[in-house]
Write a protein that binds this ligand. Sequence first.
Ligand SMILES: Cc1ncc(C[n+]2csc(CCOP(=O)(O)OP(=O)(O)O)c2C)c(N)n1
Ligand SMILES: CC(=O)[C@@H](O)[C@H](O)COP(=O)(O)O
Ligand SMILES: [Mg+2]
Length: 638
Amino acid sequence: MDVSKIKNPQFLKKMSVSQMNELAGDIRSFLIKKLSKTGGHLAPNLGVVELTLALHKVFNSPKDKLLWDVGHQSYVHKILTGRGDRFDSLRQYKGLCGFPKRSESEHDVWEAGHSSTSLSAALGMAVARDLKHENFEVVAVIGDGALTGGMALEALNDIGHQNRNMIIILNDNEMSIAPNVGALHNMLNRIRSANKYNKAKEDLEYLMKKIPAFGGKIASAAERLKDRLKYLLVSGVFFEELGITYLGPVDGHNLSALMDSFNYAIKKKGPVIIHVLTQKGRGYKPAELDEVGTWHGTGPYKIESGAFIKPIAAAPAYSKVVNDTLQELAREDKRIVVISPAMVVGSKLEGFGKEFPDRLFDVGIAEQHAATFAAGLATQKMKPVLVIYSTFMQRAYDQILHDICRQNLNVVIAVDRAGLVGADGETHQGVFDIGFLRSLPNLTIMMGKDENELRNMIYTAINDNQGPIAVRYPRGNGIGVAMNSPLHELSIGSWEVIRDGRDVTVLAFGPMLQIALKAAKQLETDGIQVQIVNARFIKPLDSKMLSELAAHGRPILTVEEGMLAGGFGSSILEFFHDQGIYDLMIERMGIDDCFVEHGSVNELLNELGLTSEHISIRVKQMLKNRTGTNRIRKAITS
Ligand SMILES: Cc1ncc(C[n+]2csc(CCOP(=O)(O)OP(=O)(O)O)c2C)c(N)n1
Ligand SMILES: CC(=O)[C@@H](O)[C@H](O)COP(=O)(O)O
Ligand SMILES: [Mg+2]
């Protein structure tokens, strides 16, 4: 079947199981082919083909609500709901979103991107249904990785308490991005190996048959023993004890077994969790054999060989620079420990983990725990480095505020993916952290202009013991500067003039500096001299340099790859205002009050007006207005 022609899932109602199995093969071939060109979350989606087919066969979306936790595994759902013809634009500018998107389809009832939200949302939908006396099923699909998220456990607590009719599908493939970790994972593994229980049960039944029946005594004792056995070996009891009926484990690639379990769950009263066992990457050998998470989210690849098609990078990834610097420092400094909330692969921390297996902690999808775990380590004079994506750090805001900053603990927060990330879109852009970190007392925030300054910032942060320090760095690779100079500490709060100029001063940091330098070169051809300052400390500001700039009196333009509201530019306005300096021309460029969808970073910068051309135009406008302002000022004062 040409799956790009599917308009809606209704056709499944008339399909036989064997036809559906054939369709599963067509969908897998489609995904492997399309994603070889676009990249995307291949392995998660190959693992849920039968599951998604069975869901759309048994349930009636969109009347019945199907929710996808994280949502990175919703491509099959998108194919079945009429979007197969858009996969050439997957995760591209103005193209198909890589996560559920309510504006894309009525079948996308819940948007995600961040993990562990589906259970809370599903309960909300179930309560609304009951209060309005409506009648539909609510089904949330959550992975074994997402189940480790604190929100999921909070929701399970309430779901068991409220006892609403709803169905949770636990998609257990033993993987988060990397192999899943934690006690919950171990519990699920015990269930997976439930044949121990089945074997014991068979032996018991055999034994019972061998002994001449002494009335019901032995039989009932044996039944009690069987229940005890089940209690001990088959840990679905974790859910049962919460008041959630546990079904499973069910083979997640067996359509009949899946559909039977769904139909059984529909008849059950109250919340039901169906524990489904799937294989991540099923149907594509390189992804099936992936034991580290390489095929969780990929770029384009060659189908035959599984070789990734990657441009040769001129410089290492910023994440790798951080790993390598930490690895180098940790050889001497035994205080250093590294914490990652389930992003060891994304943050390229494998090297550190290999050399220091007892000093790298992957805590699962548990950002709040990760932050306060770091705080606890710091109270005992360790030097914890919390390596966390900017976007996922949003989950740990109160822990950074309440536990780390308020107690002024020496935690290093390595803020990975700071700035625009591109294809993951609105839920993943790292553009809010300056706004929410800047207001926290005791916290230093810095961002290097290149990979060499980043390594020196990590060195500075490790050696500083004046309190918490956040070091931001972007997704992607450095700019190709040398990194062979000895590590040295930066003076906290010190900025750096990287280009002289008399007409306008631009304050920028991180990748924006390269864009500003390009604009300065463009402006020079028009006879405009632009001074560029590497404002590498977002907090504290370089108040000495700012006072010197005020004395010069030339216009100041701030440029940041982040939200304007509460951002770096705002801090400059606040600084001058608080100094009583009101007549300086200060303008800000950044992201103005919107969520930024998916696309390449360059396309997004262009859409946001943050390219070198935009900066050039803005500088010229400022100079023109300044002349104008001066004319007005002269007119007023004369
Ligand atoms: C709050 C949050 N932290 C981290 C991530 C990054 N992330 C995306 S998918 C994923 C693994 C999810 O594992 P699982 O739920 O088991 O789904 P699978 O990919 O195995 O199908 C992680 C850690 C995220 N999306 N949200
Ligand atoms: C779905 C999810 O949240 C992760 O897989 C994320 O897409 C990883 O992002 P990077 O590709 O930047 O590591
Ligand atoms: Mg998983």
